[in-house]
Design a protein around this ligand. Structure first.
Ligand code: ATP
Length: 297
């Protein structure tokens, strides 16, 4: 959208650690996750209009209809909530340029929703605090409150209890999304918590991040949801192994998957792994990237 009043970047995340503590009576899960923003982003263009909420979508990897351009888009849900909560006059057209892999475990929809809260807050001079926006955001999705500020954070409860951490150690990151879509709902419904003997050491990872102990962070990278998604989709294990044999310090599935990321010392190693993954047909959506903290951009 060339003509716009405001544009914002909406960054993706990976989970350096993801644990599920317990299943709550309401069907939600209590989680304990280390969230990290990565330098892959959608762009949202905002334009004030007379009335209503319009959402349009474009993107290279979007298959027909996979990202809804109607009231099912999380952008629409967040915008509607902002208009109602703050009784905003007028309307907005929001154009989304999608680059973050969809249904991938990278909070693509959540970060778009988070950018919508920030964007409308700014555009219509609402004056809501980050705290207020985070409280609204949890109603749209568990990862949305985190996505409002991003960076490195501990996320607890159902995602609404956030503790900002110092930036995680820097590394070269390889992100690979195989050509399958995974439903977050399916993964949580099939998680057999009582059978899981060893849980990710999230507290240890928090300490390692605070101590700037890079090896301490990498050695604790773990995701309890791999027990479900890797079993259902063996390609994830193949990508993880390929990354390790191409020099990764560690490789892990992000969120409920199927995206896999590998942590490398050098860009040359990450690029070599990227080549191997594409050549073997394991994934087409592959990126060499890095951690970012949007507050410092
Ligand atoms: P999370 O890591 O938060 O679970 P995800 O990466 O697994 O997110 P999304 O990319 O958010 O998943 O997409 C999940 C589904 O949500 C999509 O299949 C799509 O139908 C719907 N959706 C709604 N709004 C959006 C949006 N703005 N971007 C992408 N998907 C959206």
């Amino acid at each position: 959208m060339r003509e716009h009043d405001l544009s914002l970047q909406a960054y993706a995340k990976v989970n350096l650690g993801l644990d599920v503590v317990r299943r709550l009576d309401n069907g939600y899960h209590e989680v304990k996750m280390i969230m990290q923003t990565v330098d892959i982003a959608d762009t949202l263009y905002f334009k004030k209009i007379m009335s209503g909420i319009q959402v349009t979508v474009e993107g290279e990897f979007i298959k027909d209809g996979i990202v809804p351009a109607d009231e099912n888009n999380l952008i629409y849900k967040a915008a509607k909530q902002m208009f109602e909560t703050y009784q905003i006059k007028g309307g907005v057209a929001i154009h989304l340029v999608k680059r973050i892999p969809v249904a991938a475990g990278m909070a693509g929809g959540s970060t778009d929703a988070a950018a919508t809260y920030r964007g409308l807050n700014q555009l219509f001079e609402v004056g809501a605090s980050v705290d207020e926006l985070e409280k609204l955001a949890v109603k749209v999705g568990a990862d949305v409150p985190y996505c409002i500020s991003g960076g490195t954070a501990l996320s607890e409860g159902i995602g609404e209890i956030l503790t900002t951490l110092p930036d995680a150690p820097q590394c070269v990151l390889l992100v690979a999304k195989p050509d399958i879509s995974v439903s977050t709902k399916y993964v949580y419904e099939n998680l057999n918590l009582p059978s899981i003997k060893s849980h990710p050491d999230i507290d240890g990872m928090v300490q390692a991040i605070k101590a700037k102990d890079a090896d301490g962070v990498w050695m604790r990278m773990a995701n309890v949801l791999e027990t479900v998604t890797v079993k259902a989709y063996p390609i994830i294990e193949k990508i993880k192994s390929e990354m390790m044999s191409d020099g990764a310090i560690k490789s892990l599935m992000s969120g409920s998957g199927p995206t896999v990321f590998g942590v490398y010392h050098t860009e040359a190693q990450a690029r070599e792994a990227l080549g191997a993954i594409v050549e073997k047909g394991l994934a087409k959506q592959v990126y060499v990237t890095k951690f970012v903290n949007p507050a410092e951009e």
